[in-house]
Design a protein around this ligand. Structure first.
Ligand code: UD1
Ligand code: CA
Length: 497
């Protein structure tokens, strides 16, 4: 690869067909913006300089590009007068000259790409630039042979196959419109030629725009070589103009990611309903069941089984864990742990090795220790639960007093009973226990049993007196309940144990 490579990424266009408040190139595919994908491919070329041309909604696009690639130069194209004009603006940003001649910053090879081609890979860009440099062309075209060339610039060749020009759809003759070889939009230039040619591009065409593609004709007129290299995988250079294309390319991109993971040793039962973001990492022998989305920076260790119907964003799943019908974000699940079905893991959830978060349990900012279990119908917020502890069904960690959040700490090997409320801040010691329905407001020392539900009152014959004539009263009577006039009352202590 050339030691002197400049890449220009064009992203000034409006993308009006997206009909969106969000600038086109910022729409995401597989957890990255479209331009994020392009910049990742560009990064793989290890270029010396990258210039991004921004215009429409540059307040959105500029900072986004800078966040992904701080070293990229932003060139502002106020009015979108065509791709030739856009590249001129980029070169001026590097040379600091409207003539584009005085500066020496642009040498070697210049590659121009668009910000809306999310499937483009660094490998393809590298191969194209290498071909361009090896052939010592003034201009090289990354072309494509497509079944429906409508809308693209056509690559016009002579009888010997030498490239003569790129003719845009609107300017093409009916004969030229039959040409199946199109300009993908990705071009490579000899920098010296480009800098010299840019000011000579006119706008005398059907669109009244400065076409970068006119450089091909200019090179030919000067007797210089032009190359065109059809890319096999034309999807890589396909752009997104509307949300229909966004969905189509997202699906294609996903299929590629899913296929790659299967080749790496991951079992994916249903590729069509499995969505995996670009930055996700899966170890060997992971199994992904249908309807699963693995998003963001999620990492899944070997032998874990994820799904069905699970969404994990930025989660870390340990080896051999089982995660069934779960929605999780920024959560850590330890090795051999079990989660689900129907659990909601919110940020800061950390489940230890062999632990369990069961059905209809919501967790947040909580550490649940090794082998600890929250099996049923509970809310665990701002809690530390020690190893081996079991939390009873229907338990609420009341972490919010209406003003501030507080933590609950439960020790190791504690057994708390069903339907408890822990009113934070509160602590329960190691090996402690609670009775059913306990509202724990005060600390429970290690080994103690806390019971707060009052003694049970049983009022005999109540249904017959208060619900007379109803099916309830009739059922009670049929079961031999005491009849009217004997309002006997008995009570006994609830047995909390
Ligand atoms: C362009 C090519 C065409 C090629 C097609 C591939 C030219 C004249 N035509 O046509 O040969 O087949 O791409 O998709 O180059 N942009 C700017 N500033 C501008 C104009 C465009 O930054 O002033 C950016 C756009 O945001 C977009 C890209 O350049 O990312 C292409 O522009 P677009 O208007 O879509 O070009 P096409 O007409 O599709
Ligand atoms: Ca286009």
């Amino acid at each position: 690869m050339s030691s002197n490579l400049t890449v220009i990424v064009l992203a000034a266009g409006g993308g009006t067909r997206m009909r969106s408040k969000t600038m086109k190139v910022l729409h995401p595919i597989a957890g990255r913006s479209m331009i994020g994908h392009v910049l990742a491919a560009v990064q793989a070329m290890q270029p010396e300089r990258v210039v991004a041309v921004v215009g429409h909604q540059r307040d959105q696009v500029g900072p986004h590009i800078t966040s992904l690639m701080p070293e990229a130069v932003l060139a502002v194209q106020d009015e979108q007068q065509g791709t030739g004009h856009a590249v001129r603006v980029a070169v001026e940003a590097l040379t600091g000259s409207s003539e584009g001649r005085t500066g020496t910053a642009v040498r070697g090879t210049v590659v121009v790409a668009y910000g809306d081609t999310p499937l483009l890979t660094g490998e393809s860009l590298r191969a194209f630039a290498a071909e361009h440099e090896a052939a010592q062309c003034a201009v090289s075209i990354l072309s494509g042979i497509v079944a429906r060339p409508f809308g693209y610039g056509r690559v016009v060749r002579d009888e010997d196959g030498d490239v003569l020009a790129i003719v845009e759809e609107k300017d093409a003759t009916p004969q030229q419109r039959e040409i199946a070889e199109i300009n993908s939009g990705i071009l490579a230039f000899d920098a010296e030629f480009l800098v010299e040619a840019l000011p000579r591009i006119g706008n005398d065409n059907a669109n009244g725009e400065y076409y970068l593609t006119d450089t091909v004709q200019l090179a030919r007129d000067a007797g210089l070589t032009v190359g065109a290299y059809p890319i096999d995988d034309v999807m890589q250079t396909e752009g997104v103009n509307d949300r229909v294309q966004l969905a189509a390319l997202a699906r294609e991109h996903n299929e590629r990611i899913v296929t790659r993971w299967m080749r790496e040793g991951v079992t994916i039962i249903d590729p069509a309903t499995t969505w995996i973001d670009s930055d996700v990492v899966l170890e060997r022998d992971v199994t992904v069941l249908p309807g699963t989305q693995l998003l963001g920076a999620t990492v899944v260790a070997e032998d874990a089984v994820i799904g069905p119907d699970t969404t994990l964003k930025d989660c870390e799943i340990g080896a051999g864990a089982r995660v069934v019908r779960v929605h999780g974000e920024l959560a850590v699940v330890g090795p051999s742990a079990e989660v689900g079905p129907f659990s909601y893991l919110r940020p800061g959830t950390k489940l230890g090795s062999g632990g369990k978060i069961g059905g209809f349990v919501e967790t947040k900012n909580s550490v649940i220790g090794d082998g600890a279990k929250v099996p049923h119908l509970s809310y665990v917020g701002d809690a530390d639960i020690g190893e081996g502890t079991n939390i009873g069904a229907g338990t609420i960690f009341a972490n919010y007093d209406g003003v501030a959040k507080h933590r609950t700490r439960i020790g190791k090997h504690a057994k708390t009973a069903s339907n408890n409320t822990f009113v934070a801040p509160v602590e329960v010691g190691d090996g402690a226990a609670t009775g059913a329905g306990t509202v724990v407001r005060r600390d429970v020392p290690a080994g103690a049993l806390a019971v707060s539900a009052g003694p049970q009152r049983t009022i005999m014959g109540w249904a017959l007196r208060r619900r007379a004539g109803t099916p309830q009263a009739r059922a009670a009577q049929a079961a031999g309940a005491p009849v009217e006039g004997e309002p006997g009352e008995a009570s006994h202590d609830a047995d909390p144990g």
